[in-house]
Design a protein around this ligand. Structure first.
Ligand SMILES: [Zn+2]
Length: 295
């Protein structure tokens, strides 16, 4: 899996756990086992001992889900900083620094390729780009990707990994919730499937729009998924929250998501679901038929 080690770049630290640092070994936050980095790579960044899921970059995600080559769309869209926003530093400077450190122009990569021979459009979010936040560029790229899926009569898959709407773009970032949701409604009316994959973390305006609108909402194990954070909720309702609140397992139990799938089974599960929903493999595809599929 050369793509895995090759594409891993040093990225700004965002939290203490579930991150793969540079170096030969990494200590698993789940079981404290030292894992050889190459072992982690061949195991799709899942701990071989306790199955903790480490964060994956958007590029790694696309390489994992697509069969081989894929075509990336709208790679050059860049935010114009419409509000000329300043917080601790100018948003323009924050953008430039993040573009330089990640080599990406914004927090999502959209692409067309095949999943087990099924032509599919995938949007994968990148957490290392300002927390995977959704501003105008993310909203526009995802909307265009959905419209491209509709033009191609292909299914749509969005892999979310995001802290929510991007505050530095104010109301414009909130508008992306309506825009992406409207595009998904048109895809639905066109009779095309949409699968949402929720990874750790999926929160805020992303949860409140496209991440929860899948015909099938699939979460990775133990992912943090929610709208507001637990502290804000506790302060608002003045109650202690239950154990495991806002994690995949709790949400599955309470009907918020449809299934939890181990990353190592994710591609096969998506392919099976797409076939079940009527997606067709491209002619000449040599992918094996999924279980339950009639030729
Ligand atoms: Zn572990």
């Amino acid at each position: 899996m050369a793509w895995f080690t090759k594409t891993r770049k040093p990225i700004a630290p965002t939290d203490k756990v579930s991150r793969v640092p540079e170096g030969l070994y990494i200590k698993c936050p789940g079981c404290s086992q030292l894992i050889y980095n190459k072992d982690l790579a061949v195991n799709l960044a899942v701990c071989p001992r306790c199955a903790s899921h480490f964060k994956m970059s958007a590029t790694e995600r696309l390489a994992m889900l697509f069969d081989g080559d894929y075509v990336v769309h709208d790679a050059d869209l860049v935010s114009t900083d419409p509000l000329e926003f300043h917080d601790t530093k100018p948003y323009r400077k924050r953008l430039d620094a993040t573009i330089a450190s990640t080599g990406m122009k914004d927090a999502v990569v959209t692409a067309t390729g095949t999943i087990d021979g099924i032509q599919t459009v995938i949007a994968a979010m990148e957490y290392s780009f300002i927390g995977g936040s959704m501003g105008v560029v993310v909203g526009e790229k995802i909307t265009r990707a959905i419209e491209r899926a509709q033009d191609l009569r292909a299914p749509m898959v969005i892999v979310s990994c995001s802290g929510g709407a991007r505050m530095m773009e104010g109301a414009l970032s909130l508008m992306q919730m309506a825009k992406t949701s409207a595009a998904l409604a048109r895809l639905d009316r066109a009779g095309l499937p949409y699968i949402s994959v929720l990874t750790d973390p999926t929160t805020g305006g992303v949860t409140a729009s496209f991440a929860m609108l899948g015909d099938l909402n699939i979460a990775e194990p133990k992912a943090l998924i929610g709208f507001a954070g637990p502290r804000v909720i506790e302060q608002t309702i003045r109650q202690k929250l239950p154990e495991g609140f806002q994690r995949s397992e709790f949400l599955l139990e309470h009907g918020m998501i449809d299934m939890i799938v181990d990353r190592r089974e994710l591609k096969a599960t998506i392919a099976r679901a797409l076939v079940f929903m009527g997606a067709k493999r491209a002619a000449g595809s040599d992918a094996p038929p999924a279980a339950g599929e009639t030729a």
